[in-house]
Design a protein around this ligand. Structure first.
Ligand SMILES: [Zn+2]
Length: 788
């Protein structure tokens, strides 16, 4: 079949597509893009995918395609609504029902609720390929849409009648193009199947799925608005791929630990759908499907975890990868080596959560697509068959959240008079953008800040209040509270790594003060006014208004340094996030390549090395797999040029991992304090830790003596007391949110150090001052370091 298709000329395809259109038929993906999506060695770029969906929109009364925003690079971000023709005609009616059920306070009686449930449809979203090298799902989305648009069996009809599918062909369209173009360019070369030599999201790369509460990225902003302010899906399915040598498919239930702020009933529903998908795959003879493994539900900021904080069921699947669209040969011994996966100690042996092992073979993109198509249908069947149940539950979760709870604060107050008005504004904007309600004080309010002993504290005019008794109660609590990650050790005593970071408390990360409140003077309720627009808050904060949401911030630099930012070809996410911070704050900079450093072309006042390993910086990409123009890092010549740059008066600013390379290669009088400590002794996978800041230092301008900073398997330094030309600007203090095993190893160690080197200076940040674009509280350190 494939041979025949590939022999059709573009003209023949056009004729076929036109004939189909003339007959009122829905054109297949192959008749539009020229090949069957998910076949070996072919890939559709974003233009081809959106073109197909536009044709589907025109030809099928079951499909309506909508652009919900522009991506970072200006591409259209689209959603295909797929349902019965009758439902598609009435989308706005069903959107309104879902929105009403999302906020039980809008429903006046049980009869009204029952009526909404009776008349509503289950809103389900399937979102593909947020991670662009996991590209099969984006290709598969065309086949899925075509199948749902054309099939007439009873199962499909039941799905179409009872659900409205919001199909997102890619949550990162820019990356579809970056990866598809690279793949096409390198087909048949030594680079075939490799990742592109750049981040597949302009700023975030793989971290584009770490932004779902911070909303730094255009894509997260648009989808968050679409989901949690407009459509309120009851089920969200995020389709991913994992490494080639892993299980063939991972489904929920997930692994431990669970986040105590996620409703246990939601976790049960997540597990139920996961098991249904696994059972359906087994029934079709698919081997290698695992549950209860690898991924936990602790972390807040992923695509499938955000739904838990919006009373919705979030599903993740991870298919074993091919080599992009080229087949991979996987041997049993490759699978046998994969022994460190949580919940899956041996991929060649069966276990309760992995009853039918896959023992290796040739693995095609079409194998992945086959699994994903079965999984999508399985999920849609659940959503259709149990439509009233899902709608009722969704309502019930929200209804429970709006009731007061004696165990939790009634509200969090963001008090007036904080020094960082810009941070406060962005913080409130982030909350409101994900549908959290914020109130503003129009006169003073009296509150009790203690749980057990009632007190009467005055909250000044200009403060903001976020109540917890709103439909998104878990979201409010999980963003404001400090996380206490359970101490989890492996049988050998080593710390067990969580899937992602352990702590994220947003006010701490952003340097915003917030106070939990246990009681509010009821008589003063009239002093509160809902905040409907961030510009309302900006005027209270005396900030100049801004034209659009998530606008640019004023450049904080007092001088005009020439700033260089190192950018290799390894696709450093830390580099991307640094760029995001510079762009947000309008700090001018130039990207500096490996070749620039190798040739000593370093005409800058300050040069920033983002957090990358010595190997990444020095050696870059391998010449065995990449063309010469992308291969090799800065090399030894580059290190010598960096030394001359500093000796001649330049400033080299190093973040976290890159400090090790500079300390070693420059022979600095600073030691890495945590290097070589066993994981049974010290471990911190991502937490917020207090810094004791020497506020007399110019690098600490605008920062308090106790500043919260982000530590994620980061660095700490020992500095010899007698060392000349070394200044310690900040030391590590106690853990504030997350998990640190063996805090004593880090406590009191240097966190931010300046070293004089020749006529210049080296700044060593042990922590991540710009971690994932979230740590607004420590951005000032970076700006101070950049100053001339
Ligand atoms: Zn992924």
């Amino acid at each position: 079949m494939q041979k025949l298709r590939s022999r059709l000329t573009p003209l023949a395809l056009l004729v076929l597509a036109l004939a189909a259109a003339a007959l009122g038929q829905v054109a297949s993906p192959q008749s539009v893009v020229g090949f069957h999506p998910t076949d070996d060695k072919v890939v559709a770029d974003w233009h081809q995918i959106t073109d197909y969906f536009a044709k589907l929109d025109k030809a099928s009364s079951r499909v309506a395609v909508k652009e919900i925003g522009k991506t970072t690079n200006g591409n259209p971000l689209i959603v295909a609504f797929i349902s019965s023709p009758a439902n598609i005609k009435d989308l706005e009616k069903y959107r309104r029902i879902s929105a009403r059920l999302a906020d039980p306070r809008t429903i006046v009686s049980d009869a009204e609720r029952d009526d909404l449930i009776k008349n509503g449809k289950t809103i389900v979203s399937i979102a593909c390929s947020i991670h662009s090298t996991e590209l099969v799902a984006a290709q598969m989305s065309m086949n899925l849409a075509y199948e749902l648009a054309t099939a007439n069996d009873t199962d499909t009809k039941e799905i179409l009648d009872n659900t409205i599918l919001l199909l997102i062909p890619s949550s990162n369209p820019d990356g579809v193009d970056i990866v598809a173009n690279w793949y096409k360019k390198t087909l048949g070369t030594k680079s075939e199947g490799t990742a592109p030599p750049e981040l597949y999201h302009h700023y975030a790369g793989h971290d584009d799925n770490r932004d779902w509460f911070m909303l730094d990225l255009a894509e997260t902003q648009a989808i968050t608005k679409f989901f949690w302010k407009e459509w309120f899906p009851q089920i969200v399915y995020d389709v991913h791929q994992q490494g080639s040598n892993a299980s063939r498919f991972i489904l929920p239930p997930f692994y431990d630990p669970v986040n105590p702020r996620v409703d246990p009933s939601i976790l049960r529903e997540v597990g139920l759908i996961g098991y249904k998908m696994a059972a359906d795959l087994q029934a079709k003879g698919v081997q290698g499907v695992a549950t209860n493994s690898t991924y936990d539900t602790w972390w807040h900021g992923g695509f499938r975890s955000a739904p838990y904080y919006h009373n919705s069921i979030g599903i993740l699947s991870e298919a074993g990868s091919a080599n992009l669209m080229s087949p991979a040969t996987i041997k049993p011994e490759d699978l046998a080596r994969n022994r460190n996966t949580r919940g899956l100690p041996n991929l060649l042996e069966s276990s309760t959560n992995y009853p039918d092992p896959w023992k290796g073979g040739v693995w095609h993109a079409s194998d992945i697509a086959n699994i994903e198509m079965i999984a999508c249908r399985s999920l849609l069947q659940m959503a259709a068959k149990f439509r009233p149940k899902y709608l009722r539950q969704f309502y019930e979760y929200g209804a429970a959240n709006v009731k007061p709870s004696a165990d939790d604060p009634v509200a969090f107050v963001v008090p007036a008079g904080q020094p960082n008005a810009g941070n406060v504004s962005r913080f409130l904007e982030i909350l409101m953008a994900q549908g959290i309600e914020v109130h503003q004080l129009v006169k003073e309010l009296h509150v009790s800040t203690a749980k057990s002993v009632p007190s009467r504290t005055e909250m000044p005019l200009g403060s903001f209040v976020v109540f917890t008794n709103q439909p998104q109660r878990p979201n409010v609590l999980s963003l404001f509270e400090k996380q206490v990650y359970p101490k989890r050790l492996l049988p050998n005593g080593d710390a067990e790594a969580p899937y992602d970071v352990a702590g994220w408390t947003l006010p701490l990360q952003m340097g915003v003060e917030s106070v939990p409140i246990w009681q509010v003077d009821g008589a003063e309720a009239s002093s509160l006014k809902p905040l409907n627009d961030i510009n309302q808050a900006r005027s209270v904060l005396n900030l100049p208004g801004q034209a659009g949401p998530f606008g640019k911030e004023p450049n904080p630099l007092k001088t005009s340094p020439r700033v260089g930012l190192y950018k290799g070809f390894t696709g450093s996410m830390d580099e991307g996030w640094t760029r995001l911070v510079f762009d947000t704050f309008q700090v001018p900079y130039s990207s500096v390549s490996d070749a620039d450093i190798r040739s000593g072309k370093l005409d800058y006042d300050s040069l920033v090395l983002p957090s990358d390993s010595e190997n990444q910086i020095l050696n870059g990409l391998s010449a065995e797999r990449y063309p010469a123009e992308f291969a090799g890092g800065i090399g030894d010549a580059g290190v010598e040029n960096l030394k001359s740059f500093v000796q001649n008066g330049g400033k080299l600013i190093c973040f976290d991992q890159s400090c090790a390379m500079v300390i070693k290669r420059f022979g600095l009088p600073v030691k890495e304090a945590l290097a070589g400590i066993k994981r049974s002794e010290f471990y911190d996978p991502g937490s917020i830790v207090q810094l004791d800041v020497d506020t007399k230092q110019p690098l600490a301008r605008g920062l308090g003596p106790d500043t919260a900073a982000y530590f994620t398997s980061s660095s700490a330094f020992d500095v010899d007391k007698d060392a000349k030309g070394v200044t310690v600007d900040a030391r590590y203090g106690p853990l504030l949110s997350g998990w640190t095993l063996g805090e004593k190893y880090r406590d009191g160690k240097a966190a931010l150090v300046e070293v004089t080197y020749g006529k210049g200076k080296i700044v060593l940040f042990g922590f991540r001052p710009q971690h994932r674009g979230q740590t607004w509280g420590t951005f000032p350190f970076i700006f101070n370091a950049l100053e001339k």
